[in-house]
Design a protein around this ligand. Structure first.
Ligand SMILES: [Zn+2]
Length: 682
């Protein structure tokens, strides 16, 4: 391959996805990393006094190049995985991880940065440059750059042990999930379960050489039984198997949880924080554990009456179903039953009104009307699959802000879910303008079947809007420093632009643009729309309280728990959750032992952020509600004051700039929970 250029290393704005092969990964990534190491060595060797240009800008361009090129490989793994590509990536992954771990622990680099930060020039840096240098210094410190000797070694040890424990935690959850199988031999036990789910259970039984119907703890198998099976003992059996995973036995996670909590406390301690949440949230909008718990407590208090309203409705409806005492395995069933009785609405009624093409053209029309941005389809042949689409995004004056690929439908070699990834962040050109950004938006939306086009559920429509919000955050950024641009914002702020976009999918006038029956072109009928909107708030108090209970127990575990003082961790969580319980003891079936978000998924001390960002987004949308959902003056203000500004200022300042005040949860309560007095007829 010596004659050929490795496509991972050599490309411009258009990435040659169709030419990147597994054999390019190892040499490409290794060359990338050794070039970066050499460039860092040269930066350190530079004897000129450190300046922003010769230190920070130089370091950024080295790290951005590594990030950008590795993203291309991980992107291909998520949309077009092959065993060879996976094997090649797994081989170089430890080298990539090692590069990023070594960086902040490079003492010469750290002393360069510190002497710049302490110099007169460094202290005089203004605006984004000053903010960026301060952030870099903080990131280095947080990674242990200031630790010496034993402490430095100890931090390395802890990091290795923590990543092993997290890995084991998630493997145990996966293994415990897979270890459970329930074969139902009598079909009447599946009464109520939709035919398609029964067929799938029957198919699984056949594949496993069993007679009957095979149920597992995978969500697609477990959920329909909990929601629809009239057989209460079946629901109970499956529910208990689900929540009891990893509490004991072969896949026990309790000791791992206790050890992780200890180690996280030790990290905070080594780095000089009072506790783990203060360390974890220093770079979040909440800033401290105390602020996060205060947010959770206040929202709990305000949600409580709505939760009571929902509990009463559930209990009353349970009685009509001959369930005298509501148990945890009844909740999904009773709630789903009540929802159908009240709103007579389901996905299949809605789908014909949301063909994918109509939803996309409507979305682009909304984006044009509200933000003045234009989306134009373009040709692209250098893609990873023939279904992939390519677009340009133009500003109102015609400036090319960025481009994106869209890959909407499932394929066997593509990962689950929907996501946006930022491929290239534009650079500042000689004339001060920015070169365009590049992103990818991907999903697993219902595909076309024969003559029937791709028809979406409303949830899928929301998903498109959500990911498009992330995409706009990236493509509209005007921040000239890539690590502070676009979606590189505080953890509890990053979902504001995405969730905000979802609001349009609930507005009558916007639905007129994004819906149209695939056979008749008729927009979503009024009666259907009203039922959809009513059902949106259904059990909102219950759902919100559940989220709050997760956020609360997460924070308390990381703020206060110690095994010496509080005993075993599972009964401790149960005591915490009593506050959120229907009656004492109702929360004994919590699934902390399999809660991967907290112990293997990066949400430790940060589960509250789901609701935090929802508060921001609902509140921000209230301006559109009040001044017009298509108001371009509000839309442009939003682009100029929040969307395009990335992490160029504190998130609370961006928010205040747009809304004129601090966030207020009232808009969220109004939107998600309705009014307390509201009587809903059955
Ligand atoms: Zn998101």
């Amino acid at each position: 391959m010596s004659e050929q250029v490795n496509p991972i290393l050599e490309y411009g704005f258009r990435i040659p996805f169709d030419r990147i092969q597994p054999e390019h990964v190892r040499p490409g990534v290794r060359a990338l990393l050794s070039n970066a190491d050499e460039a860092i060595a040269a930066l350190i060797d530079d004897s000129a006094p450190p300046t922003y240009e010769n230190t920070v800008e130089r370091l950024d361009s080295i790290t951005e190049r590594v990030k950008e090129r590795v993203t291309v490989v991980t992107h291909l793994l998520s949309v077009a995985e092959s065993p060879d590509m996976r094997a090649a990536y797994n081989e170089v992954l430890p080298e990539i991880t090692d590069f990023w771990t070594r960086l902040p622990l490079n003492e010469d680099l750290w002393s360069h940065l510190k002497s710049l930060a302490g110099s007169e020039d460094g202290r005089a840096l203004q605006g984004i440059r000053g903010r960026h240098l301060a952030t870099l210094v903080r990131e280095f410190r947080r990674a242990g750059a200031d630790l010496e000797g034993k402490d430095r070694d100890r931090l390395k040890e802890i990091n290795i042990e923590m990543s092993q424990l997290e890995q084991r935690f998630s493997e145990n959850v996966l293994d415990a999930t897979n270890a459970f199988q329930l074969v139902v031999e009598d079909e009447s036990r599946l009464d109520g379960v939709p035919p398609a789910d029964r067929d799938e259970a029957r198919r699984k039984a056949g594949a496993a050489g069993e007679k009957g119907w095979l149920l597992t703890l995978d969500y697609p198998s477990f959920e329909p039984v909990l929601k629809y099976a009239t057989d209460r003992t079946l629901r109970e059996e499956l529910y208990l198997a689900f929540v009891m995973r990893c509490r004991d036995g072969e896949f026990e996670n309790v000791t791992t949880i206790q050890r992780l909590l200890e180690l996280r406390r030790e990290v905070a301690d080594l780095l000089g924080y009072e506790h783990f949440p203060d360390y974890r949230l220093e770079e979040a909008m909440a800033k401290t554990g105390a602020a996060a718990i205060e947010f959770t407590d206040q929202l709990t208090e305000r949600t409580h009456p709505y939760w009571k309203r929902d509990v009463q409705a559930l209990e009353a409806h349970a009685a009509t179903l001959q369930i005298e005492r509501l148990e945890p395995w009844d909740v999904a069933f009773v709630s789903e039953h009540l929802r159908r009785v009240r709103y007579a609405i389901d996905d299949e009624v809605i789908r014909p009104y949301f063909p994918l093409d109509k939803v996309l053209s409507g979305l682009f029309a909304i984006v044009h009307r509200v933000f003045g941005l234009q989306v134009l389809a373009r040709e692209a042949s250098e893609v990873w699959h023939e279904d992939v689409l390519y677009y340009d995004l133009l500003d109102q004056d015609g400036t090319h802000l960025g481009s994106f690929y869209a890959d909407w439908h499932p394929r066997p070699e593509k990962r689950q879910g929907a996501w946006m990834s930022d491929m290239i962040t534009g650079r500042v050109a000689a004339d001060g303008s920015m070169s365009p950004h590049l992103g990818v938006i991907a999903g697993n939306l219902t595909p076309a079947k024969g003559d029937v086009p791709s028809l979406l559920t409303h949830r899928e429509v929301q998903t498109i809007f959500h990911e498009f919000g992330h995409l706009l955050h990236h493509l509209t950024t005007t921040v000239p420093v890539a690590p502070r641009a676009g979606i590189n914002v505080a953890w509890d702020f990053v979902e504001l632009p995405s969730q905000l976009m979802e609001n349009w999918t609930w507005e009558r006038e916007a639905l007129a643009l994004i819906s149209g029956h695939y056979e008749t072109g008729e927009p979503l009928p009024d009666a259907l729309y009203e039922r959809m909107v009513d059902s949106r708030r259904f059990m909102g108090g219950w759902a919100q309280m559940r989220q709050l209970s997760f956020g609360y127990s997460d924070l308390k575990l990381h703020l206060e728990y110690s095994s010496e003082k509080d005993g075993d961790v599972l009964p401790y969580v149960e005591r915490l959750l009593d506050r959120y319980s229907l009656r004492p003891g109702f929360s004994r079936y919590h699934s902390t032992a399999s809660f991967t978000h907290l112990f293997a998924g990066g949400y430790a001390s940060a589960y509250y952020s789901y609701l935090w960002s929802e508060v921001l987004e609902a509140d921000a949308f209230s301006r559109f509600k009040n001044e017009g959902i298509f108001s371009q003056s509000v839309g442009r203000e939003y682009v100029d004051r929040i969307l395009s500004r990335g992490d160029s200022a504190e998130p609370e300042d961006l928010f205040r700039d747009f809304l004129g005040r601090d966030p207020d949860p009232q808009a969220l309560l109004d939107r998600n929970l309705g009014t307390l007095a509201e009587e809903v007829g059955v």
